[in-house]
Design a protein around this ligand. Structure first.
Ligand code: NAI
Ligand code: MG
Length: 353
């Protein structure tokens, strides 16, 4: 069996960490009757500066034909005036997300050995945030009138559809069934009454179809407090696009930082490939030095294996990362000064029999 995976290394440390993710994938699949065929795509700031192209229709068409996309990061150095800020985020990242209908943005939050959680008592944290990915205030449904005057009025309307909310909530409940069986709906339905009502009713309906899963509701402001004071209470959090954006960064911070945070942008309907990427950006401040931490990219590759139905291999990658981070935590001298590829090789070595 063969699966086709598009690789978009992108800019800065993107290609460095994706190389390590591929190394680990190769080791994880060595014993499996599955082969990955990689198709490389050049996208990002460097590509744009060289060609004037952000994401062409043709590239998008080719991307639609693969089974999954492994993504590093795109983004120019903030001091690079030739690359207007925000262009790549909108023209590459958001465009991919909307064109490929990535309705769920999945971000696991887990503490690993030796990671520096700023929380007192270093509780064990293991939850996932299922963030809506294609609706809410991100759809560009707004405008400004009397722009630039003292009487300017700007709107950014949050769009929520029954279909869009339902597929995300369903994804959350299905995930909870193979985890600890608990979903927390996060919103602000006391103030955002129209969207909040749709999210709440949808959750009630979906919950009735998943009797094995318990659920509760939390306002988003309360959720930030609980995430810091008692993060162990969460199993699966389901929330809208904007709340999810903020909560997932908080989740990454409490679990020990951006070097470990993995993510998946999932097409829940199977109509286009899903995409797997570390949460961090292209880190121009450390690019080209082989000092980036490849762990987030490796854990994103594990999410990809799971999504492709290779859950055993996914589990083994997570175990390997866990064991290697534990070994480094116990002998910090052995971890000091390791390069990006030395770290990747250490994870891969744990997967070979
Ligand atoms: P960033 O995540 O690239 O870097 C923030 C800080 O974390 C930097 O000090 C960096 O050195 C450090 N860092 C990030 N990943 C690391 C890793 N794997 N190992 C060790 N240290 C790591 O965010 P920043 O600086 O705000 O953005 C830089 C560029 O990346 C910008 O052009 C931005 O637009 C883009 N970006 C792209 C994203 C994507 O492709 N999904 C996501 C976030 C930012
Ligand atoms: Mg963000």
């Amino acid at each position: 069996e063969s699966v086709r995976v598009a690789v978009i290394g992108g800019d800065g440390i993107g290609p460095e960490v994706v190389t390590e993710a591929r190394r680990v994938l190769e080791a994880a699949l060595a014993q499996e009757p599955v082969e990955i065929e990689y198709v490389e795509f050049s996208l990002g700031a460097e590509h744009w500066l060289g060609t004037g192209e952000t994401l062409s229709e043709e590239t998008l068409e080719q991307l639609r034909g693969v089974d999954a996309i492994l993504f590093g990061a795109v983004g120019a150095h903030p001091q690079d005036e030739k690359a207007p800020s925000g262009l790549l985020e909108r023209e590459v990242l958001l465009r991919l997300r909307f064109s490929l209908d990535h309705s769920v943005n999945l971000r696991p939050a887990r503490t690993y050995p030796g990671t520096a959680t700023p929380l007192a008592g270093a509780p064990e944290i293991d939850f996932v945030v299922v963030r809506e990915g294609t609706e809410g205030p991100y759809v560009g449904n707004g405008g400004a009138i009397r722009r630039g005057t003292a009487h300017e009025i700007a709107t950014e309307t949050s769009l929520n559809t029954a279909h869009g909310v339902r597929r995300v909530v369903e994804d959350a409940f299905t995930r909870a069934e193979s985890r600890r069986g608990h979903v927390t709906l996060v919103h602000k339905h006391n103030v955002l009454t129209h969207a909040g009502d749709l999210w709440r009713r949808t959750t009630e309906t979906v919950a009735a179809e998943h009797p094995g899963v318990e659920w509760d509701y939390m306002h988003v402001d309360a959720a930030t407090i609980h995430m810091v004071n008692d993060p162990g209470r969460f199993d699966v959090i389901v929330t809208d696009n904007l709340f999810g954006d903020i909560l997932t960064d908080l989740a990454a911070a409490v679990t020990g930082g951006i070097g470990l945070a993995a993510s998946a942008s999932i097409n829940t309907e199977g109509s286009a490939p899903s995409m797997f990427e570390p949460v961090h950006g292209s880190a121009p401040d450390i690019a080209g030095q082989q000092i980036a931490d490849p762990t987030a990219a490796v854990l994103s590759a594990a999410l990809m294996l799971d999504h492709l139905g290779l859950s055993q291999a996914a589990h083994r990658v997570e175990q390997a990362v866990h064991a290697q981070l534990e070994a480094w935590a116990q002998a910090p001298d052995s971890a000091r000064g390791l390069s990006t590829s030395e770290r990747g090789k250490a994870f891969a070595a744990r997967l070979r029999p």
